[in-house]
Design a protein around this ligand. Structure first.
Ligand code: GLC
Length: 669
C-alpha cells in the first residue's frame, strides 16, 4: 500500500507517474521531530536503499546527504555521491517493514543511527515536498510497489550488455583503432569503445575535432563492421563561444540558467567558461536533445552524459574573489590561521554551495533557485536526450547513461557510479551500491571497472572484472594519466581475463533475460540475500554476496592476495568454480558457512535449487551470440524445471511482445 502526504507547495519533480490521492491523516510509523521525521529502530532493524551512496548494503550507522555531488574520492567519511536517491526501506519484520520516498528536488539529510544508534531521522531542506510511505508483505513486494509508482526502468539495447572499453585520453581515431586491435588480436570480446571529451573540438559539446577524428561516420561504420559501437560523451556545460552555433542559439533563445539579474549564468568546466541549459523547461530539453542528432547521423547509437550534477570548477565571480584574497597575502608572514585560510582558498572554488544558490531555473513560469532543485538537473539532462531519441530514432533503443541522477531519471537511462579509484575498497563499494541503485530503479548500472583514478594492479583489474561480468553495465574506464588498463595490457593474466570476458558473453542469455524480467516486473536484478530469505537472520548480515536474477548468487573475491573466501549459503546450492564457461568444477553444498578456494583465475557462482541457467557459446560480440544452441546449467534436486528466456532483436522498443519469451525445460542430471 502507498500513502502520500503533501507538505507545502512542492516544485514538481515529475518523478511519480502513478497518481496517489494525498492522505490527510497522520503519517504512520514516523514521528514529527522539529524540522525532521523520526523513527526508533529496533536493534535488529535493517535499513536498505538510498541508491548511490557510501558504506554498506545495510545503511545503519552513518549519515547521508542527498545532493548530487561531483566528488571523485569515495571514502567512508563522505556523505554524498553523484546520485540523489530518496528511497529507503526499514526491514524490522511484519509490523515494522516500510519504505519511504521523499519526493523533492533539493537537499535531504538522513541520519541513520549516526547520532544515536537506535534512531533514524531525516530532514528536508524546505517544507515543500511529498512524502510517500509504502508498506507490503515483503521487502521485494514493497520495492516493486514503489517502482510501479515511479515507472518502468530504462532498457538499453542488448549490445550495451557487452564489454565496453573507455579511457579519458584516447586522443584520435588511431588510438581508438589501436584499442580495437588490442581486443580483437587478443581474442577478447568487445562491444563498445567510448569516446571521452578528447573527441570534441575544445571540449565543446556536439563538435568533433576534425584533425583528430577526420571522419567520425566512417570510423563508426568501420567499427560496427567489427561488431563494435562507438559511444561518445556529452557534458552538461555548453562552451561559451560566440562562434559556436549551438552556444549562440541557446543564448538567442534564452535557454540557459540565469543569474539573479536575468543574465546567463557562467561556470567553468572542461571547456572553460560554459553556460548551463535549463533542462527543467520542456522546450530547452527538446532543443538540447535534438543536438545529439549530429552524432546520431554519424552512426552513433549510444551516449554517456557527464558533469551534470552540474559540476562547476569555478564561477568567474568567485575566481576573481579568490585571486584577490590570495593576492592580499603577498608579502605577509602567514600565521597558522592565515596558512589554513590561504590553503583553503582554491579548494573553495569547485562545486560551491553559494554558486549553486546563485542561479535560477524556470519551472512552469516561475523562477526557482538552483539549489532548491539541484538533484533534478542531471535527471533532466538525461531526459532531454531520451525524449529526443524517441523522436529521432522512433522505436529504436539508444544506449544512454548518466553520472548525476535522481529517481525519475531511471525511466530514461542508466547510471555509472562515477569517478571511483583503483582501490580494493572501491570494488567492495561497487558491490554494496548495486542493490541500492536497483531499488531506486537504476537497473542499468555499473562502476568503472579496474578503477578510474589511481593506478590499478593486474590482480585488482582481474578481480574487479570477475564481479563486473555480472553487472549490467560492464565498462572498463580510467582517468587520464593513470596506468594503462585495457584488458590486453596484462599479459600475465591474459588467458584468465579472456576466459572471464567470454564467460560474461556465455551467460548473456541468462543475464539479459533477468535484466528484462526485472525491468518489466519492477523487480531487481541484484538483491541482498535477505530479500529472498527474510527469515534467515544470518542472511540479513551478508554484505559481500548478492542474488542475481531468479536463480543465481554471486560471491566475488574483493580482497587482495586472497585465494578464497567465506561464503554463506541460506540453503543448499550448487557451486560452480569457474575458470571459463567450459572449464569448471561443481558440487552441491549444504546450507551454512563454507570456506571456498577461489584462485585469481576463478569465479564462484551458485545456482539455487530448482533453477536453470541458459549458457551460450562465447562470442566476440553480442551480435554474434547464438542463442539457438544453449547448454543448460542446472540445480534440480527435486525434479524438472523450466526457464523463461528473453530473445528479442535487442534493438527495438517492443519489449512487451509475448513472442520474445522462450520456455526452456530441463530434467535433473
Ligand atoms: C569526469 C567523468 C569521467 C571522465 C572525465 C573527463 O571526471 O566522470 O568519466 O573521464 O570527466 O571527461
Amino acid at each position: 500500500m502507498i500513502q502520500r502526504f503533501c507538505f507545502g507547495k512542492m516544485v514538481p519533480t515529475d518523478t511519480v507517474v502513478q497518481p496517489v490521492t494525498p492522505s490527510d491523516g497522520p503519517v504512520p510509523l514516523l514521528t514529527r521531530d522539529g524540522d525532521g521525521w523520526l523513527y526508533h529502530m529496533a536493534p535488529t532493524d535493517v535499513v536498505y536503499g538510498l541508491g548511490e551512496t557510501l558504506r554498506g548494503i545495510n545503511k545503519r550507522g552513518w549519515h547521508y546527504t542527498s545532493f548530487c555531488a561531483d566528488d571523485p574520492t569515495h571514502t567512508e567519511g563522505k556523505v554524498s555521491l553523484y546520485g540523489a536517491h530518496n528511497f529507503f526501506v526499514v526491514d524490522g519484520g511484519p509490523d515494522r517493514r516500510f519504505g519511504v520516498f521523499v519526493d523533492f528536488g533539493g537537499q535531504v539529510d538522513y541520519d541513520i543511527g549516526y547520532t544515536r544508534t537506535d534512531t533514524l531521522r531525516f530532514t528536508v531542506a524546505e517544507p515543500n515536498y511529498d512524502l510517500y510511505l509504502i508498506t507490503g508483505d515483503s521487502v521485494p513486494a514493497l520495492c516493486a510497489e514503489f517502482r510501479r509508482l515511479v515507472g518502468r526502468s530504462y532498457i538499453p539495447p542488448r549490445w550495451a550488455f557487452g564489454l565496453g572499453q573507455s579511457r579519458w585520453g584516447y586522443k584520435n581515431a588511431e588510438d581508438i583503432r589501436a584499442v580495437v586491435r588490442g581486443y580483437r588480436e587478443n581474442h577478447l570480446p568487445l562491444d563498445a569503445v567510448y569516446l571521452d571529451i578528447d573527441y570534441m573540438q575544445d571540449y565543446a559539446d556536439f563538435t568533433v575535432n576534425p584533425e583528430r577524428f577526420p571522419d567520425l561516420a566512417a570510423l563508426a561504420q568501420e567499427l560496427k563492421a567489427q561488431g563494435i559501437r562507438m559511444v561518445p560523451i556529452i557534458d552538461a556545460g555548453i562552451k561559451k563561444d560566440p562562434d559556436n552555433p549551438v552556444c549562440r542559439e541557446g543564448l538567442e533563445k534564452g535557454y540557459y540558467c540565469t543569474k539573479e539579474d536575468g543574465s546567463p549564468f557562467v561556470g567553468a568546466v572542461w571547456p572553460g567558461e560554459a553556460y548551463f541549459a535549463d533542462f527543467l523547461r520542456p522546450e530547452v530539453r527538446r532543443w538540447f536533445g535534438h543536438q545529439y542528432k549530429v552524432l546520431l547521423d554519424a552512426g552513433v547509437e549510444g551516449f554517456w552524459n557527464d558533469m551534470n550534477e552540474p559540476a562547476i570548477f569555478y564561477t568567474p565571480e568567485r575566481l576573481a574573489q579568490v585571486i584577490d584574497a590570495v593576492g592580499a597575502f603577498r608579502g605577509r608572514k602567514l600565521d597558522l590561521e592565515d596558512y589554513f585560510t590561504f590553503n583553503n582558498l582554491s579548494g573553495s572554488l569547485p562545486n560551491n554551495m553559494q554558486d549553486y544558490a546563485s542561479f535560477y531555473h524556470e519551472v512552469e513560469g516561475e523562477k526557482v533557485r538552483h539549489d532548491r532543485i539541484h538533484n533534478l538537473y542531471g535527471y533532466n539532462m538525461t531526459r532531454a536526450a531520451a525524449e529526443a531519441f524517441d523522436e529521432l530514432r522512433p522505436g529504436q533503443r539508444t544506449l544512454l547513461f548518466s553520472r548525476a541522477s535522481c529517481i525519475g531519471a531511471h525511466r530514461y537511462g542508466g547510471i555509472w557510479l562515477g569517478d571511483n579509484n583503483a582501490w580494493w575498497s572501491q570494488l567492495q563499494l561497487n558491490l554494496h551500491q548495486m542493490p541500492g541503485v536497483q531499488m531506486s530503479g537504476f537497473l542499468f548500472s555499473g562502476a568503472d571497472l579496474g578503477g578510474f583514478g589511481s593506478d590499478t594492479t593486474p590482480d585488482l583489474a582481474l578481480r574487479w572484472l570477475e564481479f563486473g561480468i555480472f553487472t549490467p553495465l560492464m565498462r572498463n574506464h580510467a582517468a587520464a594519466g593513470t596506468r594503462d588498463q585495457e584488458y590486453y595490457r596484462f599479459p600475465e593474466h591474459l588467458d584468465a581475463i579472456r576466459n572471464m570476458i567470454r564467460l560474461r558473453y556465455a551467460l548473456l542469455p541468462y543475464l539479459y533475460s533477468e535484466f528484462v524480467k526485472a525491468a518489466l516486473s519492477d523487480g531487481m536484478y541484484f538483491r541482498p540475500l535477505a530479500f529472498d530469505y527474510p527469515d534467515d537472520p544470518m542472511a540479513r548480515e551478508v554484505e559481500d554476496q548478492l542474488l542475481l536474477g531468479e536463480g543465481l548468487m554471486v560471491a566475488p573475491v574483493t580482497v587482495q592476495n586472497a585465494t578464497g573466501r567465506y561464503v554463506y549459503l541460506p540453503e543448499g546450492m550448487k557451486m560452480l568454480r569457474l575458470r571459463s564457461a567450459e572449464d569448471y568444477d561443481e558440487c552441491m553444498l549444504p546450507a551454512g558457512h563454507h570456506y571456498l578456494a577461489c584462485g585469481l583465475n576463478e569465479v564462484l557462482l551458485f545456482i539455487r535449487p530448482g533453477h536453470i541457467v541458459p549458457v551460450a557459446a562465447p562470442a566476440d560480440c553480442t551480435d554474434q551470440l547464438d542463442t539457438g544452441h544453449l547448454t543448460l546449467w542446472r540445480c534440480l534436486p527435486d525434479g524438472p524445471a523450466s526457464y523463461r528466456m528473453y530473445t528479442d532483436d535487442g534493438l527495438t522498443t517492443d519489449y512487451d511482445k509475448p513472442e520474445h519469451w522462450r520456455l526452456l525445460q530441463a530434467d535433473p542430471e
